[in-house]
Design a protein around this ligand. Structure first.
Ligand SMILES: NC(=O)c1ccc[n+]([C@@H]2O[C@H](COP(=O)([O-])OP(=O)(O)OC[C@H]3O[C@@H](n4cnc5c(N)ncnc54)[C@H](OP(=O)(O)O)[C@@H]3O)[C@@H](O)[C@H]2O)c1
Length: 367
């Protein structure tokens, strides 16, 4: 089956007609936006998803690309499934976005996080080195690797010291360093994007920005009474996810691999996000928001602010959506969703039965 797929990408001379990309974590926020971008650019897009009892394809569906990608079940803790995915996709580019990506959960599941968000990067690099060393590899690194700087005005760049404050950030630091080591030791084309927080209506509900936008929409429509949050003073550099996946692609189009910080260059507090979100809905946040110590992290990063100068100069990448517009996009989309829900509409993520047009490629297909 995948041999046929690979052959479809060849012309009569045996040259490739289409580039193939393999995206791990295609069911996540960035995976879905990146898949859409690469399809628009004419790529053959393969994505990996986790085999679970109720598959999680709602983001691909909401972008209208569910049937346009080829899906391969991969568990990042399992080397053989990674090898199989590389064999099936025969990719020109791999974007390793799959991870246990939630900082709080990494304190609850530190070992699984180390494996899936850290060691799995070596599984991929080693698979590529042995099976297809001309593949270009993108690693999803994170601003959380910087940890606390104690300096609110310091905009962090590629040269700043990395000092993780969570099991998630520690795992990502391992992935970041091993990517550089494979680049230097084996001459692999392997780049890391050190991305600062980026959000969208496709963000998971456990992340604070989406937790806020979703709660504001429900409160506005009488479906929820209050919003419980942890640290309102934490500051983050928030950007718009569809623009950040453009930077990922641009990194792999450079002549030489390298690492890049991708950020908006502005930091705002959780409190600012809350105030703006309630304001957009015409509500006073102080009537609805309560704080609870149970939502505080055992160790927190007070402020993260990025300096994207290198990405601007070398990739020609710049953020376009400002903080206020980002909050508005998220609140308005959640309001729209809940209004549709109140009107009786039910969404794909309510229903376990997914449409049959998905092209799911597994070992079983070969038999
Ligand atoms: N968004 C940000 O602000 C940000 C900033 C810096 C770096 N990053 C990194 O960028 C990447 C993409 O971020 P995101 O926001 O799109 O994250 P996300 O929405 O949490 O998506 C993570 C993806 O990884 C998959 N995954 C998790 N554990 C897995 C496992 N054991 N085996 C196979 N797949 C697994 C998830 O599958 P399920 O759908 O089944 O859960 C999901 O598809 C992540 O590596 C994240 O750490 C994100």
């Amino acid at each position: 089956m995948w041999q046929e797929d690979a052959e479809k990408r060849l012309d009569s001379e045996g040259d490739r007609l289409k580039k193939a990309a393999l995206i791990t974590g295609i069911t996540g926020q960035d995976g879905a936006y990146l898949a859409r971008l690469l399809l628009e650019k004419g790529y053959e897009v393969y994505g990996t998803y986790r085999r679970v009892s109720t598959p999680n394809f709602w983001r691909l569906e909401s972008l209208g690309i569910f049937g346009e990608t080829s899906l391969i079940p991969v568990e990042l803790a399992d080397t053989s499934s990674i090898m199989e995915a590389v064999r099936i996709a025969n990719p020109d580019e791999v974007y390793n976005l799959g991870a246990q990506s939630f900082v709080e959960a990494s304190f609850e599941q530190p070992i699984a996080t180390a494996d899936v968000s850290g060691v799995a990067v070596t599984r991929f690099l080693e698979t590529i080195r042995q099976m297809k060393p001309d593949t270009r590899f993108y690693q999803a690194s994170t601003s959380e690797m910087f940890g606390s700087t104690g300096n609110y005005a310091m905009a962090l760049s590629e040269k700043d010291i990395l000092n993780p404050q969570s099991p998630y950030a520690a795992a990502k630091l391992y992935g970041h360093v091993i990517t550089r080591i494979y680049r230097d030791a084996y001459d692999l084309y392997a780049s890391s994007g050190v991305l600062f927080n980026h959000e969208s209506p496709l963000r998971g509900l456990e992340f604070v920005t989406r937790k806020i936008s979703n709660a504001v929409a429900k409160i506005k429509l009488g479906l929820q009474k209050e919003l419980v949050l942890g640290n309102l003073d934490a500051k983050r550099d928030w950007g718009y996810a569809p623009e950040y996946v453009e930077a990922m692609w641009l990194m792999l189009q450079r002549e030489k691999p390298d690492d890049y910080v991708v950020a908006s260059g502005e930091a705002h507090s959780v409190r600012e996000f809350v105030v703006k979100a309630f304001e957009i809905a015409g509500l006073d946040w102080q009537n609805y928001v309560v704080t609870d110590k149970r939502f505080l992290r055992p160790l927190d990063v007070d402020c993260l602010l990025g300096n994207p100068s290198k990405a601007k100069a070398q990739l020609g990448w710049s953020p376009r959506t400002r903080f206020q517009d980002l909050v508005e996009i998220m609140v308005k989309e959640d309001l729209r969703r809940w209004e549709r829900w109140l009107a009786g509409e039910r969404f794909s993520w309510d229903a376990p039965n997914y449409p049959s047009e998905a092209r799911i490629l597994t070992r079983a297909v070969r038999m």
